[in-house]
Design a protein around this ligand. Structure first.
Ligand SMILES: [Zn+2]
Ligand SMILES: [Zn+2]
Length: 685
C-alpha cells in the first residue's frame, strides 16, 4: 500500500490485449487536470501506449493501488466530444468488445502513434482550407417526389428516414439538397457509402455541388498521412463534408447536422473482423444520440430497415419513378427447362439470349452479362479417376484461372500452376466443370465474333487504376458486351447499356443462408438499374434472366419491379420462422486445428450459458460447421444464439463473454482453440 495520491486520478481507455470482460478503463494520475476525451500517452506494462481520458476521478476499485502517471497529454487537440464517446461506448457494449480496443481502433493509426511534439508539427502543417471564393452552384429543379422527400427531411424533428427510390430516381439529388440545408445552417454532413470504388463518383458530385465547402474522404484506400489529415480536418471542424466507408461512422464531427447512408442494404456496412459493427445501425444510433436526421437510401432496402419503416419507427420517403420519365427495364425470364436439351447442357447462353445480344450489337448498343463467379471454372475434374482440384488447406475446390494457368483457392489464396495431367492417375484429359466470368467471356467472344467483349471482376481490376481504365472503355463505347460480377452492378452509371442479362442466378433461390433471396433480389434489381439510364433508350431496355424456376415468387416480384411485394412475402416467411427482424441473433465462432476442439469449446460455452441471467429467453443452438468449414488448415465451427428480445440477448451476452474468456484461460482442454469471437447481428449464417 502506498500513500494516497495527491494528484487527480483519471480513467483512461487503452487498447489492451484482452478484450471484453476487463474493466473499461485503467486509472492513472495526472499532474494537470484533463478533460474527458483528451488523447494521452500512458505507460502500460513496459510500453508507452495511446489512450483516451474517459472519466475524471478514481474508480472505487483502484483506491489504495499505486497508480502510474500519465506521460503526455495531447492537449493541442480538442477533446473528443461526449457524443463521440457515447457512440463508441455504445458500440463496444453492443458488439461485445472492450471500450479501449474499439475507441482506439477507430482513430487513424498515425494519430495513435503521435507524441506531443509530433502532433504540434502536424497541426502546424495543417493549413485550414483557403476560404472558398466560389459559391456553390445552383441546384437543379426537383421532381415532385424529390421535393416531397426533401421537404419531409427538413420539416420534422430529426428522425431516421428510409429513402426508397428506384434506380435512376434521383436519390443523390435528395442527399445533396438535404446536405445543402445542413451546410447553410453551419453544420457538418456525414455521407456513408458501401465501397471505396463508389466514393470517387459520389465525391465528385458532392465536390461539384459544394464547391465553396471543404470535403474530405475517409476510407481504407487512403495513405496513413492522408487518413490523419482528413480525420483532423473533420475533428477540428475545418471540413464541412465527410464522405467515407463504414469506418467513417466514427468520424469526429463537432458540428454534425446530417447523416446519409447510401445503399443502406449493402452488406459491406458490416465489419467482418474485430469489432463486428454495423455502420448503418450505428449511424441510426448516432443520429438519435446527436439529434440529427439520418437518411437511409436504397432501391432495395434491407428487410430490417423496411420493417422499421412498416412499424413507423422510420419515416418512409418514396421515389417510385425514374427522373425524366424513363421507364424501368422490362424484365424477361428465359425458361431454361423449355429449351431443347442440346441447347442448354454446357452452354451458358441460351439461343434467345444470344439473339437478343446480337440485336443490340447490330444497333450499336451495349450489353452487360452478369455472372457472380470469377475465374474460368470453379473446379477441374478427371473423368478417368474422379480427381478434383481440391484445396489441400481448405474444404473447398481450387478455381481454374485460364489467363495465368493457375488453380487458385479463393478462401486461402493457395495457388499452383495447372497440372498438365491428372496428379492422381496421369490422365492428360482433365476438364473444367462449370463456368466463371473468364469462361463466359470466352464463350461470348466465340458466339459473337464481331463484338468487342470485356470483363470486369476482382481479377481484372487488381492492378491500381485498372477499374477506372476499364470503366472508361465502357463509357467511351469501346466495349459492346461487358461481362462482370456483382462488382459492376454497384453505382456505376452506364448510359449506353440497354440490355442486362443474369446468366445463372438460380443458386440464390435455394441457398442455406436465409438472407440469400434478399441479396439476390437486390443484386438483380441493381443490375437491372444499370440498363437504360438514358431516358431516350429506356423504353427499349431489358433485363434478361435465365432460370429453371421462372414461376418462383422472387422472379414474379422482379417482373413487376415490386420491391414491396417481395419484402412483404419475405417478412411473412421470416416471421413464421422466427428470423430477423423478428428475432435477434448472435453467432459464436470458434477456430481450432481440429473440428473436435472447436466443437468441444462451443459445447462448453453452451453449458456455461445455461444458468446465466436472461438465459431463459435465449435459445442456444447446437454447433454446426459454416459452409466452408476448413480454411488455411484451420477448422471452424459456429453456434447460433437467438432471442425474440434484443435486450434479453444483450444482457445474456454481457454475462456470457467473461465466462467464455475464463473458459479458455482456465481449462487446458480449450487451449487448442486458436480463436473465438462473437458476432452480434451476423449477416452471414
Ligand atoms: Zn485422374
Ligand atoms: Zn484454400
Amino acid at each position: 500500500m502506498s500513500e494516497p495520491s495527491a494528484l487527480p486520478v483519471v480513467g483512461i481507455a487503452v487498447e489492451s490485449p484482452q478484450h471484453a470482460g476487463m474493466v473499461p478503463c485503467l486509472d492513472y494520475r495526472s499532474e494537470q487536470p484533463l478533460s474527458p476525451g483528451t488523447l494521452v500517452r500512458v505507460p502500460f506494462g513496459k510500453r508507452d501506449v495511446p489512450g483516451i481520458v474517459w472519466q475524471v476521478g478514481a474508480d472505487a476499485a483502484a483506491v489504495g493501488v499505486e497508480l502510474r502517471d500519465v506521460r503526455q497529454a495531447l492537449t493541442a487537440l480538442p477533446p473528443l466530444s461526449g457524443a463521440w464517446r457515447q457512440l463508441v461506448a455504445f458500440a463496444a457494449g453492443y458488439y461485445q468488445r472492450s471500450l479501449g480496443e474499439l475507441a482506439l481502433a477507430v482513430l487513424p493509426p498515425e494519430l495513435r502513434r503521435l507524441d506531443v511534439t509530433q502532433l504540434d508539427r502536424r497541426l502546424a502543417r495543417l493549413k485550414p482550407a483557403a476560404t472558398a471564393a466560389s459559391a456553390d452552384p445552383a441546384p437543379p429543379a426537383l421532381s415532385a417526389d424529390q421535393a416531397v422527400a426533401v421537404a419531409a427531411l427538413l420539416d420534422a424533428a430529426p428522425t431516421t428516414h428510409l429513402l426508397h427510390g428506384v434506380t435512376g430516381s434521383g436519390k443523390t439529388e435528395v442527399y445533396l439538397q438535404a446536405a445543402a440545408h445542413a451546410l447553410a445552417a453551419g453544420r457538418q454532413v456525414l455521407v456513408l457509402v458501401p465501397e471505396i470504388n463508389l466514393t470517387p463518383q459520389l465525391e465528385a458530385r458532392f465536390a461539384q455541388r459544394f464547391a465553396g465547402h471543404r470535403l474530405v474522404s475517409q476510407h481504407s484506400g487512403l495513405t496513413p498521412a492522408q487518413r490523419l489529415r482528413h480525420w483532423l480536418a473533420a475533428h477540428l471542424g475545418q471540413a464541412d463534408l465527410v464522405l467515407g466507408t463504414r469506418l467513417a461512422v466514427f468520424a469526429s464531427l463537432p458540428r454534425l447536422g446530417l447523416i446519409v447512408v447510401d445503399e443502406e442494404h449493402d452488406p459491406s456496412f458490416k465489419q467482418q473482423e474485430g469489432a463486428r459493427y454495423s455502420a448503418r445501425d450505428l449511424a441510426v444510433y448516432r443520429g438519435r444520440l446527436e439529434q440529427v436526421p439520418v437518411v437511409l437510401g436504397s432501391a432495395t432496402p434491407s428487410l430490417e430497415s423496411w420493417q422499421r419503416a412498416e412499424q413507423g419507427a422510420y419515416r418512409r420517403l418514396a421515389l417510385p419513378k425514374r427522373i425524366g420519365g424513363g421507364a424501368l427495364p422490362r424484365v424477361r425470364l428465359v425458361d431454361m427447362s423449355l429449351l431443347p436439351r442440346d441447347q442448354v447442357g454446357s452452354r451458358a447462353l441460351s439461343p434467345p439470349l444470344l439473339e437478343a445480344l446480337q440485336v443490340r450489337l447490330s444497333r450499336g448498343e451495349q450489353s452487360l452479362v452478369l455472372l457472380n463467379r470469377r475465374g474460368y471454372a470453379p473446379v477441374l475434374h478427371c473423368a478417368a479417376c474422379g480427381w478434383k482440384s481440391a484445396c489441400p488447406h481448405c474444404s473447398a475446390w481450387r478455381v481454374f484461372h485460364k489467363g495465368d494457368r493457375t488453380l487458385r483457392c479463393h478462401h486461402c489464396g493457395f495457388a499452383e500452376r495447372v497440372p498438365r495431367a491428372c496428379p492422381d492417375c496421369g490422365n492428360l484429359d482433365i476438364q473444367p466443370v462449370g463456368r466463371g466470368t473468364e469462361r463466359l467471356e470466352e464463350q461470348l467472344a466465340l458466339a459473337l465474333p464481331d463484338a468487342r467483349v470485356a470483363r470486369i471482376d476482382a481479377d481484372t481490376t487488381r492492378p491500381k487504376g485498372a477499374l477506372e481504365a476499364q470503366l472508361g472503355a465502357v463509357h467511351a463505347g469501346d466495349v459492346d458486351v461487358l461481362v462482370g460480377t456483382q462488382m459492376v452492378t454497384k453505382g456505376h452509371d452506364f448510359r449506353r447499356i440497354t440490355l442486362v442479362a443474369a446468366v445463372n442466378p438460380d443458386s440464390g433461390l435455394f441457398a442455406s443462408d436465409f438472407r440469400a433471396p434478399e441479396r439476390l433480389f437486390a443484386l438483380l434489381m441493381q443490375a437491372a438499374g444499370r440498363a437504360g439510364r438514358d431516358a431516350g433508350q429506356a423504353s427499349a431496355s431489358e433485363m434478361w434472366i435465365q432460370t429453371w424456376h421462372p414461376r418462383h415468387p422472387l422472379y414474379t416480384a422482379l417482373l413487376a419491379h415490386d420491391f414491396a411485394a417481395f419484402a412483404a412475402a419475405q417478412l411473412r416467411e421470416r416471421e413464421s420462422a422466427g428470423l430477423p427482424p423478428f428475432s435477434s441473433l448472435a453467432l459464436l465462432r470458434a477456430e481450432a486445428k481440429s473440428a473436435q476442439a472447436a466443437t468441444d469449446f462451443l459445447h462448453a460455452a453452451a453449458a456455461a450459458a445455461v444458468d446465466l441471467p436472461d438465459a431463459a429467453g435465449v435459445t442456444v443452438y447446437p454447433p454446426v460447421p459454416p459452409p466452408v468449414a476448413r480454411v488455411a488448415g484451420v477448422e471452424r465451427m459456429q453456434m447460433l444464439v437467438e432471442s425474440r428480445s434484443r435486450g434479453a440477448l444483450q444482457r445474456m451476452l454481457t454475462h456470457w463473454l467473461p465466462a467464455l474468456h475464463a473458459l479458455r484461460q482456465k481449462d487446458k482442454a480449450h487451449r487448442a482453440v486458436l480463436r473465438w469471437a462473437v458476432d452480434v447481428d451476423p449477416l452471414a449464417i
